[in-house]
Design a protein around this ligand. Structure first.
Ligand code: GLN
Length: 242
């Protein structure tokens, strides 16, 4: 088996080392004898990279970088929309997550147009929501907890399935108790890198979804990996902050 992972604008959308998620996915494939090809989608890239993608990562960014990237992504909006409807696996983090919505309104009230793949708006207001975060995910995985770090000024409100319920931290808006968004095989979340290294069950969920789609499999049984260290990190966060 073989998988194509596309990192969108890695030089710009890489706040807090979101790129580490790609390395994690790649390693978990290699350890299982699955070939993982990593592609970078940079300014001026054509649609081919996206058409052949099995997993797409949209990392986080500052407001300024966000506005630069957004305008470039609008060129491939329709393509991304149809791929998502077809089940493309997307992990969109913070600024990348906000980009899936209609717009991001920054602290000065300026609206940066998003891809509008989903019906929500994000608005920056008040103090930034910063700190370690623990959620209970709505995905069918074990363990149910997902640990990470968040730092965003934007508040997102939506009616989609959330990525999870906030156990500690702020999540989408610090008010309704939900974090992130799930739509088909898209995961939108405020949890920054290293999201996947500390949550191997989410990494495997993403890989499974992508391989099942690519090879038209109903359910794929993965070879188990030794995740002792990964879960030591995961459990340490829970011990410290829950
Ligand atoms: N600019 C966005 C916000 O502050 C996203 C920041 C980020 O990706 N960390 O809400």
């Amino acid at each position: 088996m073989e998988i194509n992972i596309v990192n969108m604008f890695p030089e710009v959308l890489n706040l807090y080392g979101d790129r580490g998620n790609i390395i994690c996915l790649q390693k978990r494939c290699v350890w299982r004898g699955i070939k993982a090809n990593i592609f970078e989608y940079n300014f001026g890239a054509g649609p081919e990279i996206l058409k052949n993608a099995d997993i797409v990562l949209l990392g986080g960014a500052s407001d300024r970088e966000q506005s630069i990237v957004y305008s470039h992504l609008l060129n491939v909006k329709e393509l991304i929309k149809s791929l998502i409807e077809d089940g493309l696996v997307v992990l969109a983090i913070c600024g990348g997550y906000q980009l899936l919505g209609e717009a991001y309104i920054d602290a000065s009230g300026r609206a940066i147009k998003g891809l509008h793949l989903m019906d929500f708006v994000t608005k920056a207001e008040g103090k930034r929501l910063i700190g370690n975060i623990i959620i209970e995910t709505s995905l069918n995985v074990f363990p149910k907890t997902v640990v990470g770090y968040e730092n965003h000024g934007g508040r997102t409100y939506h009616d989609y399935q959330p990525f999870g319920k906030v156990l500690k931290g702020y999540g989408n808006n610090g008010e309704d108790g939900f974090e992130g968004l799930i739509y088909k095989n898209v995961i939108g979340t405020y949890l920054h890198g290293p999201l996947l290294p500390k949550n191997p069950h989410i990494a495997d969920y993403i890989l499974k979804k992508a391989l099942e789609r690519k090879y038209a499999l109903n359910s794929l049984e993965f070879q188990k990996l030794d995740d002792t260290l990964e879960y030591m990190a995961h459990n340490k966060v829970k011990e410290l902050y829950m």
